[in-house]
Design a protein around this ligand. Sequence first.
Ligand SMILES: Nc1ncnc2c1ncn2[C@@H]1O[C@H](COP(=O)(O)OP(=O)(O)O)[C@@H](O)[C@H]1O
Ligand SMILES: [Mg+2]
Length: 288
Amino acid sequence: MSTPAAEHAPGLASADGISARARGLTKAYGSGETTVLALDSVDVDVARGRFTAVMGPSGSGKSTLMHCLAGLDTVSAGQVWLGDTEITGLKDRELTRLRRDRIGFMFQSFNLIPTLNAVENITLPMDIAGQKPDQKWLDEVVDTLGLRDRLKHRPSQLSGGQQQRVACARALASRPELIFADEPTGNLDSRAGLEVLAFLREAVDQLGQTVVMVTHDPGAAAHSDLVLFLADGRIVDEMERPTAEAVLERMRLFPGGRPQTPGSDPVRGTAQSSSGATSRLSETTEKD
Ligand SMILES: Nc1ncnc2c1ncn2[C@@H]1O[C@H](COP(=O)(O)OP(=O)(O)O)[C@@H](O)[C@H]1O
Ligand SMILES: [Mg+2]
């Protein structure tokens, strides 16, 4: 498919394997004078088999982007595809089925059912859908996440990190095309957070999953392959092979949520950080 990807617009992957795609994605909340433009004509390609992080100041539209890409929220304008399926315009019931069959979710609050044990929580979405888990895959997920000896425990008998690993296993259980995680380490101490991030990384590297993670933590973003930076509802930059230092440096360019144009490179606004990660400012930002 020929897209502006060839021109290296931020957020547009050059690889063919695109797991989710948005064009002109716009989301407004409210109406009249109280309208909030949460997403402002966002174009983005989420590459298959990669770990993509979404960062930006609070209120920049990270959660809204995730919700719209995942079909959890309707869009005001623009189009969203999951694989080859355009999800904008699907009826509620079709959307529900698509989410159930093709998308996995992780949230800041683990959203586990307290009366069910770990393995029951992991297979719950599939049980509801009347689907049989692929036992071999489930075993692989459980072992990758180190949950083998915790399967009979209820959430209250598990640490926060273990609970989020259960939520991670639940997201992976049906082998979805795409996993969305919104601040999955937000409620965890740093060690447990690191564990969960390492497992998400393994899900991508060893299980071939595609992960999109919203985070405000540069250290968490550093586990991804690509960071997309949002500001005021637009993708204003991206960074390949991020390091925590480079992401932090880039985030410092967002005072009060407004991106600034770094003066470091007069040619194309390319910020080369000391860590070697590259960050490219979009045309949008340069015009700001
Ligand atoms: N349900 C809603 N109703 C009204 N405004 C909303 C709603 N959800 C989000 N917003 C607004 O949209 C903008 C983006 O929000 P959000 O996507 O949650 O940002 P982030 O996740 O980056 O903090 C913010 O200004 C927020 O106040
Ligand atoms: Mg949010």
